[in-house]
Design a protein around this ligand. Structure first.
Ligand SMILES: NC(=O)c1ccc[n+]([C@@H]2O[C@H](COP(=O)([O-])OP(=O)(O)OC[C@H]3O[C@@H](n4cnc5c(N)ncnc54)[C@H](O)[C@@H]3O)[C@@H](O)[C@H]2O)c1
Ligand SMILES: *[C@@H]1O[C@H](CO)[C@@H](O)[C@H](O)[C@H]1NC(C)=O
Length: 283
């Protein structure tokens, strides 16, 4: 009896371990990356492919960049490894069913598409907050293992703006606070235990992409914004792509990570830049 029990116990432990290992293994996974036509999303797709994913499905609203990105990655990793689907994540959630039918099973969703347009707050909240929430809930319903799904992982690309309060880029900051809070809330261990859907957030700092090549702060704040951020260390998108691989392989559900100047660490819960700190940076 004792031997049988021990055997059963070992089997359970083994299957739980096998499960958790394969869940954190990129090999063989089919992965949707939104906004992967360029920038950070592209770097995530590139690094995921280098780490053995079966297929990357790029969803992007920019057809020129999307086709080019897919072509480059196909040349690098094989023609069957990459698919580009023209999709505006704020409008085209109805594509979900077709995507699953044609390219499923989907194991991983990376919500990366985002914009920084302080003059279009509504568009920005729709893109950076509403879209990742809606796509995550779609994926969750499809993949939750308490309803027969295979489980899976959602990676949300938030930002250091997701946990920081400072006086610049106020609508962007708001949009990223929402996406980070959503990540931690839906990814809470309570929900993970129930559904087998792991949700992790990655918060990049300043990264060289087309988004940050443009003016980021309002005209009347621009000079001060530049002074306050002058000591921030920039990074290449590839560093963020590598960080995404690392957290996929290691992070627990509900956790948030920051990558700044190429350095990955646990994200702080909250960071408030005081008026004194601002004034010091200005003088
Ligand atoms: N660059 C940075 O410094 C930085 C820092 C922190 C977080 N981020 C976040 O990283 C993500 C990627 O940013 P990036 O710097 O690579 O920007 P980027 O502008 O280079 O790339 C964004 C991609 O998303 C696509 N996209 C935008 N809106 C879309 C929509 N509605 N539907 C489908 N695709 C859409 C664009 O076409 C583009 O290909 C964003 O969520 C951004 O907020 C960037
Ligand atoms: C795609 O992005 C390029 C810049 O990289 C831009 O010139 C073009 O207008 C964009 N196309 C669409 C459909 O957004």
């Amino acid at each position: 009896m004792a031997v049988e029990l021990t055997f059963l116990f070992c089997l359970v432990i083994l299957s739980v371990r096998a499960n958790s290992i394969s869940d954190k293994d990129l090999k063989g996974k089919n992965v949707i990356v939104t906004g992967a036509a360029r920038g950070i999303g592209y770097a995530i797709a590139d690094n995921f492919l280098a780490n053995g994913v079966n297929q990357i499905i790029i969803l992007d609203r920019n057809v020129t960049n999307g086709v080019r990105a897919a072509e480059t990655l196909k040349c690098k990793y094989g023609r069957d490894k990459v698919i580009f689907i023209l999709c505006d994540v704020t409008k085209d959630r109805h594509l979900w069913g077709d995507i699953v039918d044609e390219h499923g099973p989907i194991h991983v969703l990376v919500n990366n598409a985002g914009i920084l347009e302080e003059d279009q707050p509504r568009e920005m909240i729709l893109t950076n907050s509403v879209a990742p929430i809606e796509w995550s809930l779609k994926f969750r319903e499809y993949a939750r293992n308490d309803k027969g799904g295979p489980g899976g992982t959602i990676v949300n690309i938030a930002s250091i703006s997701g946990y920081t309060i400072f006086p610049f880029m106020v609508s962007y900051v708001s949009s990223k606070h929402a996406s980070l809070a959503f990540s931690k809330s839906l990814g809470h261990p309570y929900n993970f235990k129930k559904t087998g859907i792991r949700i992790v957030a990655l918060c990049p700092g300043l990264t060289y992409t087309a988004m940050t090549a443009k003016q980021m702060a309002w005209d009347d704040q621009l000079e001060d914004f530049k002074k306050v951020t002058k000591d921030d260390v920039w990074q290449e998108p590839d560093a963020v792509g590598k960080a995404a691989v690392h957290i996929f392989k290691n992070a627990e559900s509900g956790t948030a990570w920051k990558i700044t100047g190429g350095q990955l660490s646990v994200a702080p819960e909250y960071l408030y830049m005081t008026d004194e700190e601002i004034e010091n940076a200005l003088n």
